[in-house]
Design a protein. Structure first.
Length: 408
């Protein structure tokens, strides 16, 4: 049986929502985007939500609004997808990479060591959908000794008066931070990805969740960022299309980063079913954990803790104890030969050509490398049946036996 890695969830509800949009005569930014923003706001508890055309665009938009200048630093984990650091570079800042914990997420201890007067933001990443330790990170940026180091280089930075915490929640829509707080609602700003492989997808897209403290007004900021995402045009296309509504102005140098209604329709139909989709992902995860948990070489990824934190079950990031990177690659080849698609999340950024050229060295991030060298991401999605899960597990076990046991 051929098992793909991460097909999108497309049912009749999704098809009907998209068809309705196509037949409406309006397919770019409009009422479907607003409806999706409302659903994400309700789910996350965010102060306000703006949809954009990708996570990366959203991060560039926010960091540009923050007013990054040459020499300004943004702390990011070395273990994440490249977009986390690329957004910083595109916005004019310098990514400062730090190591991660064994649970894949950024080390608060390493963040503290990396903070300088040039630090303007921290971007923790919820790897595989398991939220970072945001209480500790928020407490850190608000602590008197860290605030005393802070040197603002833009009006927005001066207004905030401390380091901004921007959660890379690309994997964690639907995750719980505590029993009553959800991903997207616990940091200054959080950004979800709605890319094709994510739990909720718009094919391509992202959603910026705004939770800034006073004196900021998140509804006002929503309006500003929305305009900024539309080339700083004072009217969106939907408003301009109304009779007599043609006149507009351009008030600054903005971007073209808006989401289209035809994309929003896909995610809108999915997010209205998120409880069901979440439960199905959890079923798959727990079956993997049960079947693989009996093998001493299998490291089951984190999902819950005593405080109520719970993953979104986006990725089953299995790690294999005691193997080398080369052995991991051999296992993946054998699994693939059985028509089971797996992946690796992620190649640490210091191992990539661009970042090596900028001077980053993987030897500075030993835990990031260890997580990567041992990791195999297994398929996890609602359409995966228990029989398919069993086939994946069998492929993994046989690959381990072939690569490790037959060579001992």
């Amino acid at each position: 049986m051929k098992i793909p890695f991460s097909p999108p969830f497309i049912d009749d509800a999704v098809i009907n929502e998209v068809t309705e949009t196509l037949r409406s005569g309006w397919i770019t930014t409009g009422p479907k985007c607003k409806a999706l923003e409302s659903e994400i706001q309700k789910l996350s508890g965010a102060g306000s939500v703006l949809t954009v055309n990708s996570w990366t665009s959203g991060a560039i938009l926010v960091l540009t609004w923050l007013g990054l200048k040459d020499g300004d630093e943004v702390i990011v984990p070395a273990y994440t997808y490249s977009a986390t650091a690329l957004a910083v570079l595109h916005a004019g800042g310098t990514p400062v990479m730090v190591d991660v914990n064994e649970d894949f997420n950024i080390s608060v201890e390493q963040i503290k060591k990396a903070i300088t007067p040039r630090t303007k933001a921290i971007i923790p990443v919820d790897i595989a959908g398991y939220p970072c330790d945001y209480d500790a990170i928020m407490a850190l940026v608000k602590s008197p000794d860290i605030m005393a180091k802070y040197e603002a280089t833009s009006p927005i930075q001066r207004q905030l008066g401390r380091i901004l915490v921007l959660s890379d929640a690309a994997h964690s829509i639907g995750a719980h931070y505590t029993e009553t707080r959800r991903a997207g609602g616990v940091t200054d700003i959080a950004i979800f990805s709605l890319h094709a492989v994510k739990n909720i997808t718009s094919a391509e897209g992202g959603a910026i969740c705004l939770n800034l403290p006073e004196p900021f007004d998140n509804e006002t900021l929503y309006t500003q960022l929305r305009q900024f995402s539309l080339n700083c045009q004072t009217k969106d296309a939907f408003s301009k299309s109304k009779a007599g509504g043609w006149r507009y102005d351009i008030t600054g140098m903005g971007f073209k980063m808006n989401m289209a209604d035809v994309n929003a329709a896909i995610a809108l139909a999915q997010i209205r079913q998120i409880d069901k989709l979440y439960a199905e992902r959890k079923r798959v995860f727990e079956r993997y954990a049960t079947l693989l948990g009996k093998y001493p070489w299998a490291m089951i990824p984190p999902t819950v803790n005593a405080q109520g934190k719970e993953s979104s079950y986006h990725i089953f990031a299995l790690r294999i104890k005691g193997i080398t990177e080369e052995q991991r690659d051999q296992m993946i080849d054998l699994i693939a030969s059985r028509e089971v698609a797996v992946n690796v999340h992620f190649i640490p950024m210091p191992m990539l050509t661009l970042f090596k050229g900028l001077g980053y060295k993987i030897t500075d991030y030993p835990q990031a490398y260890a997580n990567y060298a041992h990791e195999i991401s297994l398929p996890i999605y609602p359409q995966l049946t228990n029989e398919m899960v069993d086939i994946v597990v069998d492929a993994v076990v046989k690959a381990y036996d072939n690569v490790i046991l037959n060579h001992q």
